[in-house]
Design a protein around this ligand. Structure first.
Ligand SMILES: O=C(CO)[C@H](O)[C@H](O)COP(=O)(O)O
Ligand SMILES: [Fe+2]
Length: 225
């Protein structure tokens, strides 16, 4: 049975007390770090120094979501800062295979992200090499947006593609995930769930991680049903 993993996004954390907020989610499976460059996305966020700080103060593996143009120019910064897993956008990368190989050479897990309007079939020639596929369920740039329902169909399509290829990458969903939909998202094929506002907007972030994982795990039994 696959395990459901929760990756709280620090986009919704209190950046004035980042170490304290990271301590609150030491029961998480990943820490999701949203890197935005103000060019690929209409927002600007974290550089490699934030990854270095997260690595220093937490033992939770770092899931770095790079929403940047030309990621080949900056993946090394984040890998060297301590990222355990780096995902790059299909829409932003010219040489995806080279990026994935580079990350693997550096001992970092590699994933590809698809925006809501980017079709799953484009992964056909790279799926065999990936540790993760991340489906965006909002348009990248901001936390607290509404989950896009069409993601369910993409999850089922992605699951079928992985089956055809005989591969089993982690399947992550990012944007608008919460207690109201996590079970259904897992049932459609996801096993890593990003949650920003659902975790850091809660009174008790550790409890929110626990509850999301419990609710998500109920969806595992419904996968492929
Ligand atoms: O990549 C992102 C936005 O581009 C964030 O990871 C995502 O939006 C998480 O926030 P929330 O769970 O509040 O929707
Ligand atoms: Fe993200």
């Amino acid at each position: 049975m696959r395990n459901v993993k929760i990756s709280p996004s620090i986009l919704s954390a209190d950046l004035g007390n980042l170490a304290g907020d990271l301590e609150k989610i030491s029961n998480a499976d990943f820490i999701h770090i949203d890197v935005m460059d103000g060019h690929f996305t209409p927002n600007l966020t974290f550089g490699p120094e934030v990854v270095r700080v997260a690595k220093r103060v937490s033992n939770v593996p770092l899931d770095v979501h790079m929403m940047v143009s030309n990621p080949e120019e900056s993946i090394d910064w984040y890998a060297d800062a301590g990222a355990d897993l780096i995902t790059v956008h299909y829409e932003a990368a010219t040489h995806l295979h080279r990026i994935v190989s580079r990350l693997h050479d550096k001992g970092v897990q590699a994933g590809v992200v698809l925006n809501p309007a980017t079709p799953v079939c484009l992964l056909e020639s790279i799926i065999d090499d990936l540790d993760m596929v991340l489906l965006m369920s909002v348009n990248p740039g901001f936390g607290g947006q509404k989950y896009i329902e069409a993601t369910y169909a993409k999850l089922r399509e992605l699951t079928a593609l992985c089956k055809r290829h005989g591969v089993d990458p982690m399947i992550e969903v990012d944007g608008g995930v919460g207690m109201g939909n996590i079970e259904q998202i897992v049932a459609a094929g996801a096993n890593v769930l990003v949650a920003g506002s659902a975790v850091f907007g809660s009174q008790d972030p550790a409890q929110a991680v626990f509850d999301l994982r419990e609710a998500g795990t109920r969806g595992i039994a419904k996968q492929n049903a």
